[in-house]
Design a protein around this ligand. Structure first.
Ligand SMILES: [Zn+2]
Ligand SMILES: [Zn+2]
Length: 208
């Protein structure tokens, strides 16, 4: 999801895959409950999960939920001009011009569109989905991952098994790649030889 944050199609696909995989965790645990002498601890977890907004969203989300309509009301894409020679000072706080454009087009679409540009842009996206109530999607999914990770670790510990952790000391997230999400949300383009080029573009965004 982080990799495809600026590719609406793949992002939605990855989100759907994440939700299915995340739900499979508790299904699998329930299926294997006979290996535990006592399964009451899981019922207690379920009760706590019912009061947890992100886990509640995961539970309620329909499997065909990742429709454009459910992302439409709150998601956005902001395009800010960098060193646009036509800039009017004081148009924005920092003097730059910014536009809100449809987040349902990928960043390449805007880069390749229309006449050549003489300046680069900063592109910031925000994805939110119905039911998440003010939470950005990637951030909420990282939190879901951590909570399910803790559940899986707990299940292993109860059976006397150990697990591997990737968590760094003093990190609020279990996966190092989910620690700073801002870096996935904003990208920059510059003009090189008359063309707008994405700086540090992640590899293989389009399969051609
Ligand atoms: Zn511009
Ligand atoms: Zn693209």
């Amino acid at each position: 999801m982080a990799h495809y944050y600026h590719e609406p199609h793949q992002f939605r696909y990855a989100l759907g895959a994440f939700v299915q995989a995340a739900r499979a965790v508790t299904f699998m645990l329930q299926k294997e409950q006979r290996v535990f002498k006592d399964f009451a601890w899981y019922q207690e977890w379920v009760e706590r999960a019912k009061k947890d907004p992100v886990l509640q969203w995961l539970n309620d989300a329909r499997t065909d939920f990742v429709h454009r309509q459910s992302l439409e009301p709150k998601s956005w894409l902001r395009m800010r001009c960098i060193d646009n020679p036509r800039e009017i000072p004081d148009d924005n706080d920092d003097g730059s011009i910014a536009f809100n454009v449809s987040p349902f087009e990928c960043t390449h679409y805007y880069m390749d569109k229309g006449p050549g540009t003489d300046h680069g842009h900063e592109w910031t996206r925000y994805w939110e989905i119905d039911g998440l109530r003010g939470r950005e999607v990637l951030d909420a999914c990282a939190e879901i991952f951590d909570k399910l990770d803790e559940l899986v670790v707990d299940a292993h510990v109860r059976l006397g098994h150990s697990t591997t952790t990737f968590k760094r000391e003093n990190s609020k997230r279990n996966l190092p790649c989910m620690e700073n999400l801002e870096k996935y949300r904003t990208v920059r383009t510059v003009v090189e030889k008359g063309r707008e080029v994405w700086q540090d573009e992640p590899p293989r965004l389009h399969r051609d």
